[in-house]
Design a protein around this ligand. Structure first.
Ligand SMILES: Cc1cc2nc3c(=O)[nH]c(=O)nc-3n(C[C@H](O)[C@H](O)[C@H](O)COP(=O)(O)OP(=O)(O)OC[C@H]3O[C@@H](n4cnc5c(N)ncnc54)[C@H](O)[C@@H]3O)c2cc1C
Length: 327
């Protein structure tokens, strides 16, 4: 298991996180005189991988290594000395991890796909419209130009949108190491606060998402303090309602705990029901009752639970409106 560096924004939100590896000691706040220059992060070795094999070998050779993708989360943490990787494995030249492809009944995204490419891709819009919708809420242009889908998922911020998209879409994450490849369902990938199933020597190489059925409805709803900020609460939903009644629902929340979570009770409440105001309220109520979000200086727990109610209802309503009904 790997914990990513805690994010600046989460630290700033006042959410406490457990002490984890590669974190600076208390008081270790001086700038380092490194090779004659003054730099912010603690000293680290640097490997610029030219291909995936080199990246995997470098990861295997250095137990303190961390992958550098877009650097939008990791570099900020290093500059604040909240993260002190002994070695950075820079994967930015691995252009063979930068692609978006429709393959059979799946959508495949290379881990180095930049947010901007995913957000504007017609292929993503066609086969995972939920992701396109979520990008309406993810970060700002400068961050999206550099940040990557893979880095975003590996960072595993509890308020990040893409983990919810990955879980709601039934995505599979492809991990590679010198020992070979393994695949992990998105639902099993996010283990806790900044903690994923990625092994220390593993590189996330690909995200595979089943193509959304043509008649499926979807919605991503979020409230944040400012546009582009991490979610106070975000809800991803997909609905199948071929005859007006719901046959399948996936509802995932972010910002309500240490990781993105499926709202099983809400899914159960809506599945099998005819979609009307009463069933939407029942599902939203079940969603609210099933979470126990943290309080911080942006929002207390009760406010977040109220957001879960209203955003779940709104998401299901919008998803239902997008369902293609038969007959
Ligand atoms: C101002 C600002 C606003 C933001 N707002 C949002 C927001 O609203 N929603 C949101 O979701 N995000 C937001 N972010 C974060 C942004 O999405 C980052 O791009 C993302 O969290 C990290 O992606 P990255 O490619 O920059 O990864 P990096 O910062 O390079 O790495 C992050 C972590 O993932 C690991 N990692 C990266 N790639 C891999 C890989 N292929 N395999 C294994 N490990 C890997 C790294 O070792 C590190 O631990 C924001 C960031 C900023 C600075």
């Amino acid at each position: 298991m790997v914990r990513a560096a805690p994010s600046l924004t989460v630290a700033a939100r006042g959410i406490s996180y457990p002490s984890i590896g590669q974190i600076a000691e208390p008081g270790d706040d001086k700038k380092t005189n490194w090779d004659g220059g003054t730099v912010k992060p603690a000293p680290f070795d640097y490997v610029r991988a030219e291909n995936v094999g080199e990246a995997l070998s470098a990861l295997a050779a250095n137990a303190e290594a961390q992958v550098l993708a877009g650097g939008q989360s990791l570099i900020a943490m290093m500059n604040l000395r909240l993260a002190k990787p002994g070695c950075l494995i820079d994967i930015n030249r691995l252009s063979d991890l930068d692609y978006i492809r429709a393959e059979g009944d799946e959508l495949a995204l290379g881990a180095l796909t930049r947010h901007t490419a995913a957000a504007t891709s017609p292929v993503v819009a066609e086969f995972c419209p939920l992701m396109t919708a979520a990008y309406g809420f993810i970060a700002h242009r400068a961050v999206r130009n550099r940040g990557t889908v893979g880095g975003n998922l590996c960072h595993a911020d509890p308020s990040s949108e893409n983990p919810a998209v990955a879980i709601a879409s039934g995505a599979t994450l492809v991990l590679n190491s010198v020992d070979g490849e393994r695949r992990v369902a998105a639902e099993d990938f996010f283990l806790g606060l900044f903690e994923t199933a990625t092994g220390q020597n593993e590189l996330l190489t690909e995200i595979r998402i089943p193509k959304a059925p043509a008649n499926q409805g979807w919605s991503f709803q979020e409230t944040s303090t400012r546009k582009g900020d991490f979610a106070l609460v975000g809800i991803a939903a997909t609905l199948d309602c071929p005859n007006g009644a719901c046959t399948d629902a996936r509802i995932v929340a972010v910002g309500v705990g240490e990781r993105a979570v499926r709202l099983d009770a809400a899914e159960t409440a809506i599945t099998g029901a005819a979609i009307d105001d009463a069933s939407l309220v029942a599902a939203a109520q079940a969603a609210r009752d099933s979470v126990d979000p943290p309080s911080d200086f942006h929002a207390d727990s009760e406010f977040r639970r109220d957001l879960v109610f209203s955003l779940t209802k709104r998401a299901l309503c919008e998803a239902y409106g997008r369902c293609r009904k038969e007959g």
